[in-house]
Design a protein around this ligand. Structure first.
Ligand code: B12
Ligand code: SF4
Length: 502
């Protein structure tokens, strides 16, 4: 297959399935973009078919693979796209029986036996893919056996699933090339990410017109998380590996020049696992990246003291999201969060004081230990802090401790069915009740909690708009009519619908 752009042979097609088909695509397929960059460095021709950005109807996808054939097709994604991967690889197998089909990402890594038994995939990569993809593709292209390739599982000629020894994680993340931005439609992603109210507030204070702010450009500074929350799947394990500060600064410089962006969103699992790294980054960003704004998508609450927040603020960080989940100590312990409610409360108060607080809090309700009291504690604290919040139900994703527990108890008997049922689901839609309450009661409790919070926020907002001067506007005034409110309303409606059908 010749690539129309480069005119070179295209040995590998990497496919990203559509995610959240009901919404606009906002997140580029970074996993595949890193893999493509590594393959290119090794001289292997590669393209990305980003069906998430393209949103082709199924018939168009079928036609594409009927007309074009590739020696190797690799597909990646979350468990929520497993249904799509299964459909697609069956179709490709029919159209192109000799194409080698490989998978990777969080749909494939936790349960390779299930995936290889129930789909037409030839092999899957387990975990981090950059060191595995080149030897794997090279072996497939030359027809060599896969036994000596570490970090994969494959179906042997006799049909059994073979798992090879695991591959050590990449030691030095700075060896990674920039993701292959040129192989996806970055403009469409950038048009979709938007600007958070917290950024607009900061810009207003600094008298920067909103049109001078770019939408958020997503980036990673580290891989791995040392903590072990039972509901969370750590696709890069528990050992944290960080890029050097210099690498991240260079990467941002590149993004600024290439895409004209000045608003960086860090999507790391825990951006602040090493506070001295954060300090160093913050200092250098202040000096070397003037006019750039930063948002931290995931931070640990126990590693954010006042000094650090002052530092971040000075370097134009405009929002720090922390994982909250619950304000009940018993439930925080049950989910393995290794944080208590007082720490969370204290950090959120500090974040509010520095105007760095998250636009909304993500809460989980419905663990076996959850009861009326734990919900009341969470609702009261959310209202007291005055930060909007939404609730999700804990969902046992494959690879999590919660999944293993429920599987062990026999509550997830047909694992493949369970994965198929996750089709394109947000956790609100796939409602897997592990709580002590019947479905209807649990749904009602969460609906009422969200309504109570929304009513309290609306009262606050009305009060703020009566008293707020035109400039600078108060927090709730800024949030009025914002995307955050629209999102909360949509979530509440989804839960109400669930309540009616449960
Ligand atoms: C951005 C993101 C999203 C984006 C979508 C991502 C996208 N590109 O479209 C949004 C915000 C929409 C999202 C939504 C959800 N997400 Co999300 N998300 C992430 C996040 C933060 C980053 C993903 C990423 O780009 N990682 C960086 C790249 C480099 O890593 P990677 O994708 O894993 O790729 C590497 C390997 O896996 C492997 N690999 C990947 N693909 C392939 C393919 C081949 C062929 C090979 C060989 C190797 C390979 O090599 C890559 C390089 O090392 C991760 C957490 C994280 N830090 O990774 C969670 C994560 C992927 N999300 C998760 C979850 C649970 C969800 C939701 C269900 C949450 C919810 N609230 O409902 C929804 C699902 C919505 C839906 N209907 O599908 C889980 C996945 C669990 C699972 N078992 O699938 C994760 C791991 C978070 C967590 N810790 O629990 N998410
Ligand atoms: S929820 Fe956050 S802190 Fe907990 S294991 Fe996942 S990434 Fe780490």
């Amino acid at each position: 297959m010749i690539c129309p752009r480069s005119g070179k042979n295209c040995d590998v097609l990497l496919v990203y399935p559509p995610v959240m088909r009901h919404a606009r695509p906002t997140d580029p397929p970074f996993g595949l973009m890193y893999l493509a960059a590594v393959l290119r460095e090794a001289g292997i021709g590669v393209r990305i078919l980003d069906l998430n950005a393209l949103r082709w109807p199924d018939e168009q996808v079928r036609d594409y693979f009927r007309e074009q054939q590739f020696p190797v097709v690799g597909i990646g994604g979350m468990t929520t796209v497993y249904y799509y991967v299964k459909w697609l690889v069956e179709w490709i197998r029919q159209c192109a029986p000799t194409t080698k089909l490989i998978g990777g990402g969080s749909f494939a890594t936790p349960l390779p036996e299930i995936v290889l038994t129930h789909t037409a995939l030839d092999a899957v990569c387990l975990g981090e893919g950059e060191q595995t993809i080149v030897p794997l593709v090279t072996a497939l292209l030359s027809g060599r056996a896969l036994d000596d390739i570490a970090g994969i599982a494959f179906r042997s000629p006799s049909g059994t699933v073979v798992k090879t020894p695991s591959r050590p994680l990449l030691k030095d993340l700075d060896q990674l090339p920039w993701p292959a931005y040129d192989l996806v439609d970055m403009r469409s992603y950038l048009n979709a990410t938007g600007k958070r109210p917290s950024l607009l507030r900061m810009a207003q204070r600094e008298r920067i017109p909103p049109e001078e702010l770019s939408n958020a450009f997503i980036m990673f500074s580290a891989r791995g998380c040392p903590f072990g929350c039972t509901f969370c799947y750590r696709n890069f394990g528990r050992q944290v590996r960080r890029h050097s500060v210099a690498y991240v600064i260079d990467h941002i410089r590149f993004a600024r020049e290439q895409f004209g962006v000045n608003n960086i969103a860090f999507y790391d699992e825990t951006f602040n696992s090493n506070p001295s790294w954060v300090r160093e980054f913050s200092r250098r960003a202040r000096e070397e990246l003037p006019g750039t704004f930063f948002w931290i998508g995931g931070a640990r609450a126990d590693l954010l003291d006042d000094d650090l927040l002052c530092d971040l603020k000075q370097s134009r960080f405009y929002e720090v999201s922390v994982g909250v989940e619950s304000f009940d100590d018993r439930i925080l312990a049950e989910m393995g969060k290794r944080l208590d409610a007082a720490t969370l409360r204290g950090t959120l108060e500090r974040l509010l004081a520095h105007d760095l607080a998250p636009s909304y809090l993500g809460m989980l309700y419905g663990f076996p230990g959850d009861d009326e009291l734990s919900l009341r504690r969470s609702v009261d604290e959310i209202i007291r802090l005055g930060i909007p919040a939404y609730f999700q139900f804990p969902l046992p994703f494959p690879g999590t401790a919660l999944f293993e527990q429920l599987r062990g108890e026999g509550r997830i008997a047909d694992v493949e069915r369970f994965m198929l049922d996750m089709a394109d689901c947000m956790t609100q839609k796939l409602f897997f009740n592990i709580s002590r309450y019947p479905d209807e009661a649990l749904l009602r409790m969460v609906r009422e909690a969200e309504e109570e919070i929304a009513a309290a926020m609306a009262r606050r907002q009305a009060c703020a708009s009566r008293t707020a001067p035109a400039f600078p506007p108060r927090r709730w005034f800024m949030l009025a009519g914002s995307r955050v409110w629209a999102r909360i309303a949509r979530r509440a409606a989804a839960i109400r619908r669930l309540g009616r059908t449960a």
